[in-house]
Design a protein around this ligand. Structure first.
Ligand SMILES: [Fe+2]
Ligand SMILES: [Fe+2]
Length: 265
């Protein structure tokens, strides 16, 4: 079966990209299930109810979050009511929501999804994502042998470490958070699909989805700036993992990077 994973969706342009491309992927590429990182879906910070509804209408089957999980206060109610949104599993157990779930894909196959957050160069020290990964995987293995992990982390080294740590134990590990896609999609020796970062789904000519000038000024002068969202044409970033249903192993990867307008000419 094919599972499409889509990287950090930023604001209205990102949401439009989902409407434009997820259906195509489902019907033309035979995608059975779609996982979307929604931590930036509302104005780049968090996911409100209206954005959640749009993501689901656009074809997101499961939504994962990250360091912006709590930025929209509606998220706690969404997680209480909806069964297809998860937040990092290694957040404190007092936090609302769950860190993993089992979703039944349209082909009837059960897929476990785990969300984790890294500890390197991120604001808060969470519980170990590695120990938590093992715990969540043990729980999910009782229900399915197909498990996909979204590791929301800054450091490429921490993400690679997670990939190798989980190699042979899960079907795929993909990274989110940096908003810049890496070209290292691969199948690790134990049969786990891997990519360090899916990239961002949002405005192409931007700095991680925000307008360029204030960010350049911030870096140049060190002075605080108001970071507005960027405007312009969009891009769609993700990766399709082809999973053998009987073994749970990854048998193919296809990195997706679509820019609605080419800037290379
Ligand atoms: Fe993000
Ligand atoms: Fe993030």
């Amino acid at each position: 079966m094919k599972i499409l994973c889509v990287g950090d969706v930023v604001s209205a342009v990102g949401r439009e990209m989902l409407f434009k491309y997820i259906d195509d992927m489902k019907y033309q590429k035979g995608v059975d299930m779609c996982i979307v990182n929604g931590e930036n879906a509302t104005h780049g910070r968090g996911m409100a109810r209206s954005a959640y509804n749009e993501l689901v209408r656009a074809g997101a089957d499961v939504i994962t979050m990250g360091n912006h999980t709590w930025d929209c206060k509606e998220i706690s109610a969404i997680m209480r009511k909806e069964d297809n949104v998860i937040r990092p599993a290694n957040y404190n157990k007092a936090c609302p929501g769950e860190g993993s779930l089992v979703y039944t894909a349209k082909n009837g196959v059960k897929v476990g999804v785990v969300n984790l957050i890294g500890r390197t160069f991120l604001e808060y020290q969470q519980d170990s994502p590695f120990d938590k990964a093992e715990e969540e995987i043990a729980k999910l293995k009782e229900k399915t042998n197909i498990i996909i992990v979204d590791f929301h982390a800054e450091a490429t080294s921490e993400k690679l470490a997670m990939g190798f740590f989980l190699d042979g134990k899960v079907s795929a590990v993909f990274g989110t958070h940096t908003h810049v896609q890496t070209a290292d999609e691969m199948i690790l020796p134990g049969g786990t699909g891997y990519i360090t970062d899916l990239g961002m789904t949002g405005v192409s000519l931007s700095i991680l989805g925000r307008g360029i000038t204030p960010i350049v000024e911030r870096f140049r002068t060190g002075m605080p700036q108001k970071f507005d969202l960027a405007a312009g044409s969009g891009q769609f970033c993700g990766c399709i993992f082809d999973i053998d249903e009987s073994s749970g192993k990854c048998v193919g990867t296809e990195r997706i990077f679509i820019r609605d307008k080419s800037y290379s000419e």
